[in-house]
Design a protein around this ligand. Structure first.
Ligand SMILES: Cc1cc2nc3c(=O)[nH]c(=O)nc-3n(C[C@H](O)[C@H](O)[C@H](O)COP(=O)(O)OP(=O)(O)OC[C@H]3O[C@@H](n4cnc5c(N)ncnc54)[C@H](O)[C@@H]3O)c2cc1C
Length: 469
């Protein structure tokens, strides 16, 4: 590389990861453009008028990379973090079942338990010779019909908001724990909860400012004159290698790293053939509801992190006890606590038309699931809709990405990140940051971008969160 000008679209973890790595490698001919007023993208946080802090959906730091861990320590300092056990639960049949659900079915009512066991035993007796054609079939083949009906199918529809037959199977990898029948039976006989938390299942969370504190700190450590906020990329001219920004400015690039959704990028760049292909990529929108409450969490929520909700007496797929992540997420932990709910939306799964109706549905759901006992305790409601929430791993997704990304590269455009590359399995903060870092290393040294092209390798390593010495 000589002194080519690198332009980065987006100050989320991917774009900031690239900018950080460029600085670290002593390459200073770059510019970052972000349409929002501050850094963080989907990993940003907000402090609302009543003094409650919210993430854009419950974020916790999972890490697969030493580089990511070291950077997190550097950005907030070893004392800038709180460490927690990942205590997650499933609420159904009016009770909590520890996660992973499939290992704890002993907690179910008798009839459900028998159905789940029957499904598992049938799987073991009959074996499974045929390769599942889609995620729905994969669920049945992995968990048996009982667990599929009671939990896996309804829950996954609530999260993904697409018929599960439309989802592929290549993304599943580490994301779902498959069932060990012997272990399930032993748990049943020993009346043992087989929980996913414990010394190796910890996560960390910023003491102050929510998850977004990380990315604000990252941006503040990079040169201010190389970052432009509050201005959007309005069009891309691949032939001239130039961008037009929303304020009318023209910016030339030699290499463009785009972390905006790749379908939007191909539209802005008037690449009609690629735009047509990427329109087939599916995504769901996410509605985030922050509920600030008076008092303290009830006993049954005092140590919980997040909970999954497969049933339809409530609209959310997940609720986080956000004040358990940091006492500073609420104005005064002695008097307040907070819950954050996420609801998905797609052409296959609608939400009520008005914001008021959506909020009312969430409150009713929280009452029905005993997360709150009275609406009189609510002192604050914060709401945000994310148009792009989850990149849906449909069966067609891989072939689209494998075709479109290399064709964009021929034009000097590199599309990376959660919606830039559309790979859900490598779209958490650590993966996203490393997509940016690895892209820079590839440009400077010609090394392979492992995260983007080999999720199965990077996801093999789990790094428990622990305070550095
Ligand atoms: C509900 C939810 C829960 C999540 N939970 C977790 C979790 O628990 N743990 C975890 O690690 N990760 C979690 N994530 C994922 C995490 O938020 C992403 O990993 C991360 O934000 C993706 O980073 P990115 O930079 O690729 O994309 P983004 O964060 O989407 O950043 C892209 C940026 O590009 C900007 N942009 C778009 N178009 C333009 C334009 N035309 N001009 C200029 N700028 C533009 C956007 O404003 C945005 O800031 C969650 C995400 C969601 C939605």
């Amino acid at each position: 590389m000589g002194r080519e000008h690198i332009v980065i679209i987006g100050a989320g973890p991917t774009g900031l990861g690239a900018a950080w790595r460029l600085q670290e490698r002593g390459y200073d001919n770059w510019l970052l453009i972000e349409q929002a007023e501050c850094a963080g993208g989907l990993a940003a946080s907000v402090r609302d008028e009543k003094g409650f802090t919210w993430d854009l959906g419950g974020h916790v730091q999972f890490s697969h990379y030493e580089y990511f861990d070291n950077l997190m320590d550097e950005l907030l300092g070893p004392d800038g973090w709180l460490y927690h056990e990942r205590e997650s639960w499933v609420w159904l049949r009016q009770r909590f079942v520890p996660y992973p659900f499939q290992l704890n079915i002993r907690r179910l009512p008798r009839e459900d338990l028998k159905e789940c066991l029957r499904g598992l035993v049938r799987l073991y007796k009959e074996g499974n010779s045929h390769k599942p054609a889609n995620f729905a079939e994969w669920i049945d083949a992995t968990f048996g019909e009982g667990i599929a009906r009671v939990f896996m199918r309804p829950y996954n529809f609530k999260v993904w908001a697409y018929p599960l037959e439309m989802l592929g199977t290549t993304w599943v990898g580490e994301r779902v724990a498959v069932v060990d029948l012997e272990r399930v039976l032993c748990n049943l006989v020993d009346e043992r909860d087989d929980v996913s938390w414990g010394p190796n299942n910890t996560f960390r969370f910023p003491k102050f400012g929510g998850t977004g504190a990380v990315w604000r700190a990252c941006a503040s450590r990079l040169p201010a004159d190389k970052q432009r906020y509050g201005v959007a990329v309005a069009s891309v001219d691949p032939a001239k290698r130039a961008l037009i920004l929303s304020d009318g400015t023209h910016v030339r690039y030699d290499y463009l790293l785009s972390t905006m959704p790749v379908n939007e990028l191909t539209r802005l760049a008037r690449l009609s053939e690629l735009a047509e292909i990427t329109q087939k990529l599916c995504y769901s929108s996410t509605h985030v509801f922050g509920v600030g409450l008076r008092g303290n969490p009830p006993d049954h929520l005092r140590t919980k992190c997040w909970m999954y909700f497969p049933e339809d007496d409530n609209p959310f797929y997940r609720v986080t006890v956000f004040s358990n992540y940091s006492p500073h997420n609420v104005p005064d932990i002695r008097c307040y606590w907070s819950l954050m709910a996420e609801v998905s939306e797609s052409p296959f799964k609608q939400v009520p038309e008005t914001i008021d109706a959506r909020i009312e549905e969430v409150i009713q759901g929280m009452l029905a699931t005993r997360l709150i006992s009275s609406r009189d305790d609510i002192v604050d409601i914060w709401y945000r809709r994310l148009e792009y929430g989850y990149p849906t791993p449909t069966s067609e997704r891989d072939s689209i990405i494998y075709e479109v990304l290399p064709r964009l590269e021929d034009l000097g455009i590199f599309s990376r990140g959660r919606f830039g590359a559309w790979r859900y399995e490598v779209s958490n903060q650590d993966h996203s940051l490393m997509q940016g870092v690895e892209w820079v290393d590839r440009l400077l040294d010609g090394t392979e971008e492992l995260t983007l092209w080999h999720p199965e390798i990077v996801n093999r390593t789990h790094r428990p969160a622990q305070k550095s010495a």
